[in-house]
Structures are given as structure tokens and as C-alpha cells.
Design a protein around this ligand. Sequence first.
Ligand code: SAH
Length: 242
Amino acid sequence: MHATVLTLFPGLLEAYLSTSVMGRAVEGGLVEIDLVDLRDYGEGPHRQVDDRPFGGGPGMVLMAEPILRAVEDAREAHEEGARTLFLSPQGRAFDQALARELAAHGPGFVLVCGRYEGIDERALTVLEPEEISVGDFVLSGGEVAAMAVLDATARLVPGVLGHDQSAEEDSFSAEDGILDHPHYTRPAVVRGLEVPEVLRGGNHAAVARWRREQALARTRERRPDLLGGKDEGGGRRCPREP
Ligand code: SAH
């Protein structure tokens, strides 16, 4: 996986990308993530990257040219065919299916983080990026969203997680895309609450059956939309693959 992130605040991502699962993935060369400081593409002696909005109103807008030049350079640094994604609350919902697609996309992808009021619309008109949202809420910048995309994608790259199965059993990941089952660890009793007996019995088939039932039950309760029932609307967006 090869990703390039364009941001005004690369430091925000550095800590995340050097810690735990992401840190090991980068360190081990399983994923390559290049951070580009948009300020390096700023204009004039002050490396200006933002300006006041035409038409008035509060806040600042990221200028088109610095973004255009930064994305063009980033695309050059990727194999032909890299995808360009602009993080935006107005975009298509990011989900496990898209994470899988990105993890398997050899040429990789370029992530553009907006800030302030957003970016000059003409940058979007020229670049025609895929707009990706991490949820129906507004962040102050694309960096937290970029971290979500990078993390969800990198952990699907073979070898990034400790053993290959751990991603397969996660929510949205089993063949039928349902939620994960509950997990327990020691001690066997916490505040009077016992671990279900079946998990301690050593009967692997029974454990698998129990987990499957639990996963189905909680999916039915929390996300009936994932089960594809026609009568079960569910208010949330559906992360199922077609
Ligand atoms: N005025 C814009 C929001 C700007 S927020 C609007 O209302 O649509 C500043 C930047 O944060 C955005 O350009 C985007 O890159 C990022 N951002 C905010 N919310 C996001 C979300 N839900 N998903 C992805 N990126 C988001």
C-alpha cells in the first residue's frame, strides 16, 4: 500500500503513523505513507496557502493552486493509476468495502486534507477527486479523517495484523458483512459477571457456533440493515459490499 497525504499539519499524522499497528506496518515496509506539507506549495515569501472567501463571510479557504501542484507532484511519485481522494463531509461514506479496495489498489492513493472552510472549488473541478466522508459530522480538518482511512486500509494489507484471521472476523468483514461477536479476557469473573461457559470449555466447534449466534443476534439488534432484510430499514448507512 502506497499513500500520500497532503496536509497543512503533517505533525498531526506523524505520531499516529509511528505508533502501534501503523508504526510497525510503516517500519516493516508493508505500507509506505508519504506526508506532504501543503505549506511547501504555498505562494510568495510567506508561502500563503489560504485566502478570504469571494463573496464574503467568515473563515478562510484553501487556495486552488497550491493544492493542484501538490496533488500533481504526488501523483507523479505514485505508479500510474493512483486514486485521488478528497476528505470532505460532502463525500461518499467511507466504509470497509472501500478500505478493501484501497488496500488492494497497487498504485495507491493520494489523500487531500482540507482545513478552514474547505478548498477552492476549482481545485475539485480540475482534479475530479473521489470525495470521501468519515461520517455526518464536521471536523476542523481532514487529518483525523485521513488517519481513519489510512488505519482501516493498512490493517487489511496482508501481514500488517499479527495473524491474518484477525481482520477477517471483524465487523463488516466476514463473508456476510455482519458485526463481530463479543470478546472476553481474564479474569473469568469481573464484578460478579462470568465469562460464558462455552468459551471456557475448549470445544472449538461449540465456541465457533456460539460466536456466530452472538454476532448474528447483535447485528439483528443493532444493525438490521446489514442483514439486507427488506423490512428492516435501520437508520444508519450500510457498509455492505454490493
Ligand atoms: N465547509 C465545509 C466543511 C469544512 S471542514 C462543509 O460544510 O462542507 C474543513 C475540512 O475538514 C474539510 O475540507 C474536510 O477536508 C475535513 N472534514 C470535515 N468533516 C469531515 C468529514 N466528516 N469527513 C471527511 N473530512 C472532513
